[in-house]
Write a protein that binds this ligand. Structure first.
Ligand code: MTE
Ligand code: MO
Length: 468
């Protein structure tokens, strides 16, 4: 609409709270929705878009795309957005990050180069399969540009060294699928940082996502070349990616062969994610999916697989992604003495409400939503929630993930409506999960603190306010 004032994206970004007013962008309009927020049927979730474009959220919550809502929106219109010049690509030809993919504005970056980001935690538990453009991203290096016609997956086997084209992989083998959560070892690291600083990206609770991965079964691939995982003579299977460090060495990871045998038919050389070709950020054209195992071993841009008497020599296998006790620090750490993280311990988190959230005035109940997951295919059998800091517990309702107790690689989403303590203006919500082996989460983070901030799986606590 003409005649209205124009605002820049920065003007809108400055209006991202109740105090400063809540503005959003839709199309080329700027809307002041401060007054509307309390009437929003979806509650305070709308605040995720404060100061930003509301469009990417509506892509996920598509019920919004109807005339009634457009009409409501127009009544809050205060202006137009100034034309933004086409984003100019980085002009520095030497910048190794000049060819990074486009990313969804929904992702919340924790670093740009390399790109690392998590989705808004409030949206995470709304969908069993995390949409591809919302899936957390953990890159250590620039995203490689892969020309599919020149791409090969190179195997080094006792029976020969075949190079497979992408076409061969997709045409010559049956398509197998596994639905699995992938979690970074550093998920929820920000809670560990509060005990004592650690080295690593300051992840919240959303460095985990869940997708259906499809591709070639690793076992079937190897059998085609007469290599049987059960009898092959080696100790490790090594995976390497096409992303390289300045010295030319690639990102690499390995798992013990014993583990590969255990997971035999579940390990997949994936070329699809949720029915789409793998997005560039998630390993286009190929990545290995080793379900139940830490994110760091799910090598993206996979182009080499071989067997070895020793672990991958990569930095990330040998000098990172290991656990230590809480008294080990950088002056006395010995990485060679610790076991590489592979299958992960049980974890859970409350995704909604979020830390510091103000619940409805006089609320007597609260609805909690979140995820629970355990490594090694161990299914979740119970999720306990508390609205009084862990004094009294209730059982959350689990949404079945369609998998079996010992091959449960997907996460389990859960929900609970529980009473709030009477007369309190603030309280602590807590969640803890139990897996099929009756593994439980530790009650506090101090005892599991470690210098890299990995494996942060204590009870998840969220403090909320309850205005009376
Ligand atoms: N593979 C390659 N080639 N390069 C990487 O930097 N990061 C790893 C793993 N695979 C990485 C990689 C880590 S630490 C994690 S947590 C997962 O990929 C993240 O996968 P995602 O970005 O698809 O969520
Ligand atoms: Mo990771």
């Amino acid at each position: 609409r003409s005649g209205l004032p124009t605002y820049s994206a920065a003007d809108v970004a400055a209006h991202d709270s109740k105090e400063k007013g809540i503005w959003v962008i839709y199309g080329n309009g700027v809307y002041d929705i401060t007054e509307y927020v309390s009437q929003h049927p979806g509650g305070t979730k709308i605040l995720m878009a404060a100061g930003k474009s509301i469009e990417p959220f509506w892509e996920v919550y598509s019920v919004h795309k109807n005339d009634e809502i457009f009409e409501i929106m127009e009544s809050y219109r205060i202006g137009n957005i100034t034309e933004v010049p086409e984003k100019s690509k980085s002009s520095d030809a030497n910048d190794p990050y000049k060819d990074e993919p486009e990313r969804s504005p929904l992702l919340i970056p924790s670093s740009q180069k390399p790109f690392n980001a998590e989705p808004p935690v409030q949206m995470l538990a709304d969908q069993f399969l995390t949409p591809n453009d919302m899936f957390y991203v953990r890159n250590h290096l620039p995203v490689p540009c892969v020309c599919i016609d020149n791409f090969t997956l190179d195997l080094k086997l006792s029976t020969g060294s075949p190079s497979l084209t992408f076409q061969q992989l997709t045409k010559d083998f049956p398509k197998r699928s596994v639905t699995a959560a992938i979690q970074c070892a550093g998920n929820r690291r920000s809670e560990m940082v509060k005990v004592k600083p650690v080295k690593g990206l300051n992840w919240g609770s959303a460095a985990i996502s869940n997708a259906k991965f499809s591709g070639v079964s690793l076992n079937e691939l190897l059998l085609r070349y007469n290599v049987d995982i059960d009898t092959v003579r080696a100790k490790y299977i090594v995976f390497e990616g096409l992303d390289t460090q300045p010295d030319g060495s690639p990102y690499g990871a390995s798992i013990p062969l014993e583990l590969a045998r255990l997971l035999k038919n579940d390990i997949i050389v994936a070329y699809e994610m949720n029915g789409q070709p793998l997005p560039r950020d998630h390993g286009y054209p190929l990545r290995i999916i080793i379900p139940g195992v830490v994110g760091a071993r799910q090598v993206k841009w996979l182009n080499k697989i071989y067997f070895s008497p020793e672990e991958s020599t990569s930095h990330w296998q040998r000098r990172d992604y290991k656990g230590f006790n809480a008294s080990t620090d950088w002056h006395n750490v010995d990485f060679d003495k610790s076991v590489s993280i592979s299958q992960l311990p049980v974890i859970s988190a409350i995704c909604d409400p979020v830390e510091g959230q103000e619940l409805e005035e006089g609320a007597e109940e609260v609805t909690l939503k979140g995820y629970a997951w355990s490594g090694g295919g161990r299914g979740i059998i119970r999720v306990d929630v508390s609205a009084d800091g862990g004094k009294t517990w209730h059982e959350a309702t689990l949404k079945p993930n369609g998998q079996t107790p010992y091959h449960s690689y997907a996460w389990t989403l859960w929900e609970a409506d529980i009473p709030l303590p009477k007369g309190e203006t603030k309280t602590e919500l807590v969640v803890k999960a139990v897996d099929v082996s009756y593994n439980v989460q530790p009650d506090s983070v101090a005892g599991i603190w470690n210098l890299r901030g990995c494996l942060s799986n204590a009870w998840h606590r969220v403090n909320v306010k309850v205005p009376l």
